[in-house]
Design a protein around this ligand. Structure first.
Ligand code: HBI
Ligand code: FE
Length: 291
């Protein structure tokens, strides 16, 4: 989850009440389009064999008539045809309730700026490359698209239980940093992984992190770190299972259970865990991950 310290509490000037702003695609400079192409080429070349099938299939939705930063007028025509989702431009991080309202209505809020060359290896706040290249291909998958709607609805409901920070872990360990088992191998579908050159390598190849079978209660007890590689990743057996569990779980009793169970540390392994990798935890935390 991005650092919430600089989320506006009222729509900034020029933004609509739902925080959206015009993408203003014509205002992007040649350098900004070139940065998109540089990032997109680097990731597109390294992800086959690493990214989930659904992500690689979804990349086609980004193959538009022009290179450079996608123009939402063209992108949304294709994305909406696929799953009813659209991307909306926002000035940056928006309050949780606004974010969840957008997700529940099949709108993905994307930051409307792209990183500078000196930020190519680390970025504090999600930029348009993280949001559009990282998240949009998965939104073209019907099952994952429904999961994101269920998450948005659950997010709005969690606010009433004061349980957002528990539910945020589900977003973090699936939407942002999720792994999936496909054809006997692990693949990445989390946007924070596939949009990051270094973490696309680390999450799948490095002996340092734990890789643990997805279990909703266990996952929602697990803390996470926002400024470094993950020390544990969770592996789902399929997107259909992730959607089924999320839709069929009554979160009210789950939140009550979570209130009395201790949190689990980022690197901890429990005896009942399904362990794909027992990590060495050699990665020295605090080093800024390359995106
Ligand atoms: N706003 N624009 C934007 N993008 C996010 O990913 C985002 C957000 N606001 C809140 C948020 N994420 C998370 O805190 C929630 O998913 C819990
Ligand atoms: Fe993200």
């Amino acid at each position: 989850m991005p650092d919430a310290s600089h989320i506006h509490d009222t729509p900034p000037p020029g933004a609509a009440p739902d925080w959206t702003i015009p993408q203003n695609w014509d205002a992007f400079s040649a350098d900004e389009h070139a940065m998109w192409d540089r990032l997109c080429d680097r990731q597109s070349n390294m992800l086959p064999g690493r990214a989930a099938d659904a992500f690689l299939r979804g990349l086609d939705v980004l193959r538009l008539s022009r290179s450079g930063i996608p123009d939402y007028r063209e992108l949304n025509a294709r994305l909406t045809a696929a799953t009813g989702w659209s991307v909306v431009a926002v000035p940056g991080l928006v309050p949780d309730a606004v974010f969840f309202e957008h997700l529940a209505n099949r709108r993905f809020p994307a930051g409307n700026f792209i990183r500078r060359p000196d930020q190519i290896d680390y970025l504090q706040e999600p930029d348009i490359f993280h949001d559009v290249f990282g998240h949009v291909p998965m939104l073209a998958d019907p099952v994952f698209a429904d999961y994101m709607v269920a998450y948005g609805r659950g997010g709005l409901r969690s606010l009433g239980f004061g349980a957002l920070h528990k539910l945020a872990r589900l977003y973090w360990y699936t939407v942002e940093f999720g792994l999936i088992e496909e054809g006997g191998a692990l693949r990445a579908y989390g946007a924070g992984i596939v949009s990051s050159h270094a973490e696309s390598l680390f999450a799948l190849d490095d002996p340092s992190p734990n890789r643990i079978g997805f279990d909703l209660l266990r996952l929602m007890r697990t803390e996470y770190r926002i400024d470094d590689f993950q020390q544990s990743y969770f592996v789902v057996s399929s997107l259909a299972h992730l959607l089924k569990v999320t839709v069929e779980t009554d979160f009210a009793p789950l939140y009550q259970e979570l209130n009395v169970l201790p949190d689990i540390g980022v690197a901890e392994i429990l005896p009942e865990d399904r362990i794909y990798t027992r990590g060495t935890q050699e990665h020295v935390t605090g080093r800024t991950p390359q995106t």
